[in-house]
Design a binder for this molecule. Sequence first.
Ligand code: PXG
Length: 459
Amino acid sequence: MNEQEQFRRWQQLDAAHFLHPFSDTKQIGERGTRIITRGEGVYLYDGEGRKLLDGMSGLWCVAVGYGRSELADVAARQMNELPYYNSFFQCATPPAIELAAKLAEVTPPQFQHVFFTGSGSESVDTVIRLARRYWQLEGQPERNIIIGRWNGYHGSTIAGASLGGMKWMHEQGLLPMPGVEHINQPYWFERGAGLTPEEFGLRAARELEQCILTMGPERVAAFIGEPVQGAGGVIIPPASYWPEIQRICDQYGILLISDEVICGFGRTGQWFGCEHFGTRPDLMTMAKALSSGYLPIGGVMVGDRVASTLIAKGGEFAHGFTYSAHPVCSAVALANLQIIQRENLVEHVRDTAGPRLQQRWAELAAHPLVGEARGVGLLGALELVKAKEPRTFFEPRGKVGERCRDNAIANGLVMRATRDTMIIAPPLVITAAEIDELVEKAWRTLDMTLAGLKQDGWL
Ligand code: PXG
């Protein structure tokens, strides 16, 4: 079988047997999947021999880039030594213990304890159980409501999808579950007309206070938010937003949960997004870049406030997964964090790659299709608009983003579309030359999209 026949065979088998996440299976079957076969540095290679600059780090996770044989060697060594043992019933494995200690070192000082999971969604489930358990132990079991945000993303389990604010996910399955409330997101570009970003940020944060007062502070356990909303469209809150959220959580004694699944481990130019925005969360969910996606692992950092209650008064916390603290995943995550430290990747994002990307990314705002180019660290978003003044979105929303995403692939760039917002989050190791290539490909993609829209009567 030659390469092309093999590729076609995979496409047929895929269409016949593989139900993909967040995909329209009928459409995939008709159009064929893109089969990625290899990765090196910031580049991917697909089954048709195309080389793609991966502007999304896989799915926001491949921080140290593809092709790190060091991580493969660590995994092989650990698999030979001890492929699996659990962390239940007073057991542990050396890599998990070492990883726990490393996480205590790299996270903010209030975090000395970690609970391991297998993914971001499991971390979100865990954080809900921890928050409610904490309030039970504090003698306030009626404090069980968790407040999230519309268009936030916290995963795809029943609990994660509930805390998230994706209405189309809720509509597909009796969600959200009870005990969850949502407030509006701090999305200035879409909702801030007539207000400065700072005014808008305060107003958006004060919706939390309003929600707490409506529910009754004695019933609210926690607020959860992504420092920067990722899947929702790289929504960067105005500078006034997080300090006000912190004030409100402090005032009503509510736990602050920072969902660091995307922002964690250097993405914003600090180790964690909460450090970029200056908040002091009580709990922090993590996954993705914890292992750079080389193996599935997640966790919850448990701050002193919750940990001290849990440990002093708790007894058994009836929660855990077979793969919590999996030794091979832990060993790879530890080696991944050592790479991030050894290669100073957080500083690279803060001082070199981040400023370079932001400077070049901002140039895209001059393109006729772009209503706003925003970013922080190695996150970027472009708002595609029909007209800049007055700001006019394309209707129906989402179709133009999809075209732009397909054009990006044709130009050798992986860029994601959330409705008509184009988003990027390249590997932390990206160089100046690769950033220039990314921005040039993005510009060409916008040109191609504009030409297509004109041709098809959208403009
Ligand atoms: N919290 C946040 C902030 C996330 O971004 C999760 C939790 C759940 O993680 P797991 O490992 O269970 O997927 C995520 C995941 C997208 C996209 O299209 C984003 C995520 C997952 C899949 C797709 O941008 N984020």
